[in-house]
Write a protein that binds this ligand. Sequence first.
Ligand SMILES: Cc1cc2nc3c(=O)[nH]c(=O)nc-3n(C[C@H](O)[C@H](O)[C@H](O)COP(=O)(O)O)c2cc1C
Length: 276
Amino acid sequence: MRLVLFYFSGTGNTRYIAHHLCNRLNESGYTAKAVSIEGINFTDAQELIDNASAVGLAWPIYGSDLPNNMKQFIKAMPVVENKPLLTFCTQMLFSGDGAVVMRHELEKKGYVQKWALQFNMPNNYVAAGVPLKSSADYALHEEKYLKTARKKIDILADSIIKKKDHIKQATIFNTLLAMSQRPFYKYIGHNMVTKMFGVNDQCTGCKLCAQMCPMNVIKMEDDKAVYVNQEKCLACFRCSNFCPVSAITVLNKVKQPHYKGPDEETYKAIITNRKA
Ligand SMILES: Cc1cc2nc3c(=O)[nH]c(=O)nc-3n(C[C@H](O)[C@H](O)[C@H](O)COP(=O)(O)O)c2cc1C
């Protein structure tokens, strides 16, 4: 069995799970590859899907929904014949049916949902006035989230290897829960969030935010970062959380501590490779 697992990850949580799952599968003699959808071209994606015996998709949850770039990726995915499908999402608390929200679209294309799971991970929505805790404490992440996540990864890997179905939170109740926030975020919340970002005088012109932005929404002008095409912004919070001098504002304010990914390795991988 060969799994290709496409993911998007704003601040590293989804990347962490995707890579740990693939490592775990590879250790068991399976062949699994985690591929970021940032910058991928569709010919390459199609070839990877053609050569895989199972396909995975993973995303962070935004208002019980998935990021727009992942929706576009799914829309462009080729039609296949009965390919087993894994989907998972990462979230801070709840998303209702967030891991299976694209199930019908994908099943119409011939992908057969076999595995679906949600992983609770640290919050990356760091904005003044929003009553959500943030943390940059890797030891705390390990204790509170990563240990549990790795146990879930083991169970998931085991069901993939044994070809056993493992689909969680795909009930009507979960869909109803998701409906309590998905329409609001989709039609109102997302537009509000994307316009919240700005740059203050602390900006040193290091370009990191512009190079890291998954949608190229940030450009450099006179050695200062500026937001352009903000309607394309995913609100992934990579720019504001990973800015080395905390120069990115959310609603003109800076809230500390910023979220620097689930662990140091993931954080360094993102800022080094620029695209997660
Ligand atoms: C704009 C935005 C909306 C979010 N909405 C939700 C949500 O509805 N439910 C939830 O549990 N977490 C929500 N979160 C938290 C993220 O889903 C969570 O931290 C995720 O693991 C981040 O993954 P990443 O590091 O791969 O980008 C939201 C985060 C952002 C930035």
